[in-house]
Every structure is written in structure tokens, then in C-alpha cells.
Write a protein that binds this ligand. Sequence first.
Ligand code: SF4
Length: 275
Amino acid sequence: MLQQNYDVKMNVSDLLMYFRCPRQVYYLNRGHELMTGITFPYIESLLLKELALAYPDIVSAYSSNDEGMIENLETELCRVCDNIELIRPAELEGVSPELMEDARTAISGCIRDIANNLESAISQHGKEEFTSCIDPVKTDPILYSGRMGLAGMPAKLVCHGGKTVPSIIKTGKYPENGVWNNDRLHVAALTMLVEEEYGKTVEYGFVEYARYGIVRKVIVRANDRRQILKIKNRVGKIKDGTMPDKNESKLCGHCNFFDMCSKCSTKVSLAAKFF
Ligand code: SF4
């Protein structure tokens, strides 16, 4: 196993931030802090991710009794809400009980859908196969690649078909088919890390859409790997001081870099277009 003192210059989270906004990568690497705040979506997302870690046990306990699954999910949600501040004290420091309660109520409203989708995955794939797609052998493992100078942390590693593969948990909507492109690239980056960590080729990973209890397999192709190397190169240049072009989106309305970013709204350099 690789050691932490490898020359790791970048994290998969930098690539995810680049997908959201390349300029946020730039400002963060110049010492500015991105203010996210403890908002309702943020708490909801933390609770959903924690709840999703209970799905393997809930699936294992399933015995053709939908109401039983709903009850188990409700029980787990209560446990998660009681424990979340112990598990993530830094992220939830100062959170108001009202906000926690609102997030719990919202997730409670998703439980019937989660149960239905978990149940249909069990009928489609069989309990044993489906459990092996979601049951972690490790949660939040830190992976390193000395070759790529990259580190990252999948939500889980699962042992599927005798292979260790990464799995990520997302809390937003799921696409009709497959996974969102950014989720595909996220999994691709993690499979490359798993390969180096375990010395075996990894051809796929999983994305869990926790709000719905939907699990999707992602086959990682050569083009996904190519994209990761390209994006890693771009992020490296941003970290070295190249200001990327402004990429206006709905994120700008909540971004604390907005003022300084607006002052640099012109096309920064021709070079930025070509790296
Ligand atoms: S204001 Fe918009 S473009 Fe600028 S850093 Fe923030 S999100 Fe990115």
C-alpha cells in the first residue's frame, strides 16, 4: 500500500471543484476561503450520505416485506439524526435544531421511494448480488497515486465480483439512464487511484443516488481516463497561477468570490483557452 508521504499535489476534490467552477479552484489556491455555510441542502446532504451507509444492512434484513423496510429506514434515519453531530462535529458546529428537524422531515418524505427502489433492485438482481454492490469493505478510505500525484476518498470500496471497486454517494437527482457525466468522471478518477493502491485493473465503479435508493454501475472507458488526465493538467496550471476564464452559472449568485471575480470578467488570456 502506498504511503502518505508520496508527492501528492492534487486531490480528486480539486477536480470536482473544477467541474463546478474553474475559478473557484483558482481563488481557493490563492488563499481565499469559500464560504458555504450550514444551509438546509448541506445538512440534508450530510444526513442522506449517512443514511445511505445503512442501506446494505437494510437490504440484508429484507424479506419481501415492504413495510419492514420502511420501518427500518425510519429507524436508521432517527439514529443518523441522533448521531450526526457526534460523527461530523466540525461540519455541523452551531447548527440550529430547527434546521436539523426540517432536513429530517424532508428525508423522511423520501423514505417510501427509497424503499421501493431498493426493493426493485433486490428483485431485479437478487439480494446477494445487490448487497455486494453496496456493502462496503471500507468507508471513506484515503487513496493515493504517486504516478498521478493525486489523492482521493471514495465514500466506499466494495468487493464486487471478487474485485475491489469504488463507490460514491450523491444526494441530488439521478439521470434517466446511466449517471451524470461529472459522476462518471468522479468514479473514473477514483478507479485510477484504486488500481494503483491495489495493483489491479478496475473497470467500473458505482454511483449511489442516496435520496432515491438508486444504484448505478459505471463502466470506466479509456476516454474517461483521458479526460481525467486532461482535467488534472488544467487544474495543475490553475494551481500554478493561470487564471481560467469566467464560467458564469447559477453558482455565481451564492459565491463569495463574486466581486473579485467580476473584476476579472474579461477573457484572461489566449493561453488559458488552449491549456
Ligand atoms: S463568481 Fe461564478 S465564475 Fe466567479 S468564482 Fe464564483 S462561481 Fe465561479
